[in-house]
Design a protein around this ligand. Sequence first.
Ligand code: MRU
Length: 348
Amino acid sequence: MIKTLEWTDEGVRFIDQTKLPTEEVYVTCRNYEEVADAIRTMIVRGAPAIGVAAAMGVALGVRDSEADHVSELRREFEQICDTLAETRPTAVNLFWAIQRMKDKFEAVSELPVSQIKQALVTEAQRMYVEDIAANEAMGRNGAVLLPSSGSVLTHCNAGALATCGYGTALGVIRAAVESGKKLHVYADETRPFLQGARLTAWELVKDNIPTTLISDNMAGAMMRQRKIGAVIVGADRIAANGDVANKIGTYTVAVLAKEHGIPFYVAAPWSTVDLDTPDGTKIPIEQRASREVTHIAGKQMAPDGVKVENPAFDITPYKYVTAIITERGVAKAPYTESLQNLASVVAV
Ligand code: MRU
């Protein structure tokens, strides 16, 4: 399995996703500031992966603290959490993971400093293992929804690289293929950062899953030609009413899918569901540097001085979503009810 991220004695080791697919390079972040930078610069990206990366960053910062007393350690811990929370705003998994580390700190705060440190490292490692298990469960829950043969379209990268392993949307595709379904994948290239071309295509080719790369503006034509049987994507945050924040361009794909009567599935772990956010209008959308749009692989593609917008995510209203696949089960409309019902389910 691709090692997206890994806890090591030296620090948190990442496959550098900015270098793929041409170079498979690993970087080790030796302190929490370096982990924060890795998240900000997208060495590691994808909602579940940045959540676990942040938890490991917190664990690293605490482990390396020289604090003698719990009160001093807590002050440092809070500052570490704040630094990691400021890296990227949209994926709720980041905040979920940091909150879980805060809850752990409180639960063990009566213990000696050395044991608090160990408990936080163990908690981050547990989140890593749980993420892979959640993806495998999601795969089992979602595989049955995909057609037994034909093509599935995906947007961005919701694969092993976006998680601790196996993937969410790509996990469902992997599980469907493992169960004998004869699937072919259309991967949207996903401008401007090219997660589809660089990462999804790389993963699927490595796995020998038949894959065709298309530029984003080809998806509609493919649907019209009846070449696509289903769409499946990941998510960065799912609001209580079922509105989905995901990579910019997802909304376009969802509207096209509805127009062509094609099911549009979202696969995400429960840590992506944010029942405190009532609907998509309340989800903060990250704006990234204009250079991501004006340049491709360092080469300028647009004139100096042109105005640029670069929202990294968009919101797909729930009415376009056929089902939300989680490790706890599959939610369908009305989502306000079905997501609330899943909230009380304990994942197996
Ligand atoms: O900007 P990115 O690459 O972090 O965005 C990633 C996505 O939008 C993914 O689709 C989402 O995080 C789900 S990953 C399982």
